[in-house]
Design a protein around this ligand. Structure first.
Ligand code: RVP
Length: 497
């Protein structure tokens, strides 16, 4: 007879945190959000720690190189998706690893024989007022000059005339070589009163531009997640089908950490694949999942997984529970797996972090997941709303939306994640839809982090481990859930009779 687990499967919405005593040395600005990403011996510092407990989902619609750069600059980590060719995924990893803060790839480029009219169009399209003039109009062509919106006036100058007639030619431009550091470039910008410094390779091809206006940019991000060579860190999703070819290519490209991406990680295939990676590349951390109970966590931890993702069926685009009747409320899953993680730590002396993946709808859900024992969270819908995510942005009557689709939808057809008997994706496990547009990741995430910090202060916690060990949670009834929301008529709603 089937085993019935009598404990009800619960979601985050069913819980609230109780405030704990807040001491005078606890403040939002000093709360520490550092958290372990990978397995380590208790008492030792993990090989990789996140500076803030956020990772972005291994999804086409979410983790672009642009988003990975923005998230790592804010102390978190993206996992670039594997639902693309090995070469494309490796190129995406390289793009993140090659990012140099303050060094931008020129997006406003023209050829010398393009007309000023073309230049005006390009500038209008990108919104930038400095254009590189390269031999072929590409971002990395031979640099022939720079032209800015101050070099011509659309009414005074003939818009049919060539750009070359108004540009500052390379012979009259200060430029730097490929090895220039950001501080050297900034010194040159200020000493020589330049607005823009082109960085060229040995053959005179444009590599990057450094702008005076970006000078303060780096200072905005004190918690960047970087490797020993100060390059941003990036993760990559892998699957149990082509890992023997994919893993070496991703490591070659510079991936810092890998994660097996499966809707059901409690399988011999995943354990064998984790063991293979650990045997051939012992230095690279590899995560596993997804699981929803302690038994499955222990199975993957014993196979060698360096962290384990928790969550089946709770994702905002996920219909696995409707289609297959499989899953577990995310709160119950995290609590059960956290208990197994702690038991594993007691038994082996090793700490294997866990990640709460999917189903985080409100900012405060992040705090609940962490309080319940997650070391970090993974979010898809949350990040899909930002400029840096892959989905297209569309206007609606009330603002903008962005596209967001599941890996199990017909649009993504990620059969490697959704094993359905080795016959490709036979039925959908995800939907294709829209999420409200939320602007720039840097601003949105700063707000979420501010809320997390103040929640931790209310709970009297200065660090995440302290938060995990001292948080007190209460179940909420339907009635008290209602009480949580404003019950007055809001000012922007017309009063009804
Ligand atoms: P959410 O943050 O609620 O949007 O959930 C994102 C998570 O949902 C992913 O990290 C993944 O675990 C899961 N997912 C991705 N695609 C699908 C699907 O098509 N069912 N589910």
């Amino acid at each position: 007879m089937a085993q019935i687990i009598t404990e009800v499967s619960r979601t985050f919405n069913e819980f609230l945190l109780l405030p704990n005593r807040t001491r005078t040395d606890t403040s939002a600005t000093t709360v520490e959000l550092r958290t372990p990403l990978v397995r380590h011996v208790v008492g030792e510092v993990p090989a990789i720690e996140l500076q803030s407990p956020f990772t972005s989902a291994i999804m086409q619609a979410v983790s672009t190189p642009e988003l990975a750069i923005a998230l790592a600059r804010n102390g978190g980590l993206s996992f670039l998706h594997h639902n693309q060719s090995i070469a494309d995924q490796a190129a995406a990893v390289r793009e993140v690893k090659n990012f140099k803060a303050g060094f931008v790839t020129s997006d406003t480029n023209v050829r010398p024989d393009d007309s000023l009219g073309v230049l005006v169009d390009v500038m209008r399209h990108t919104g930038h007022s400095t254009a590189a003039v390269t031999h072929d109009g590409s971002p990395n062509g031979s640099l022939l000059g720079l032209v800015t919106s101050r070099d011509f006036h659309p009414q005074r100058h003939d818009l049919d005339g060539p750009v070359s007639g108004r540009m500052t030619a390379i012979a009259d431009l200060t430029h730097a070589g490929p090895d220039v550091t950001l501080s050297e470039a900034n010194a040159q910008l200020w000493d020589e009163r330049l607005d823009c410094l082109p960085v060229l390779d040995a053959d005179g091809r444009l590599q990057h531009l450094v702008f005076r206006s970006d000078y303060t940019d780096n200072k905005r991000f004190p918690n960047q997640l970087v490797d020993a060579a100060k390059r941003l860190r990036v993760g990559a999703g892998i699957n149990t089908h082509d890992y023997q070819e994919r893993v070496p290519a991703l490591l070659e490209a510079g991936a810092d950490v890998l994660c097996f991406d499966s809707s059901d990680g409690y399988s011999d295939w995943q354990a064998q694949a984790v063991t293979w990676v650990k045997k051939h590349y012992p230095e690279i951390p590899v995560g596993g999942g997804n699981v929803v109970d302690g038994e499955a966590f222990t199975f993957l931890a014993e196979a060698g997984a360096d962290f384990v993702k928790v969550g089946v069926g709770g994702g905002s685009i996920c219909i696995t529970r409707d289609q297959k009747g499989i899953g577990r409320g995310q709160a119950s899953a995290v609590l059960d797996v956290a208990a197994a993680r702690d038991a594993f730590r007691e038994r082996t002396g090793e700490y294997v972090p866990i990640c709460s993946d999917g189903g985080l709808v409100h900012d405060y859900h992040v705090a609940l997941a962490l309080a319940m024992g997650a070391d970090f969270v993974m979010m898809g819908r949350y990040f899909a709303r930002f400029d840096q995510a892959a989905g297209a942005k569309f206007p609606t009557r009330d603002g903008f939306v962005k596209e967001y689709w599941g890996e199990g939808s017909n649009r993504a057809r990620n059969w490697q994640r959704y094993g359905q008997g080795g016959q490709g994706l036979i039925f959908e496990e995800g939907v294709d839809g829209y999420v409200p547009y939320a602007g720039d990741l840097n601003e949105g995430l700063a707000l979420t982090i501010a809320k997390l910090r103040t929640t931790m202060v209310s709970c009297g916690s200065r660090t995440l481990p302290e938060f995990q060990s001292t948080a007190r949670l209460t179940l909420v009834s339907d009635q008290s859930f209602q009480e949580s929301h404003a019950t007055v008529t809001l000012r922007d709603t017309p009063p009804t009779a």
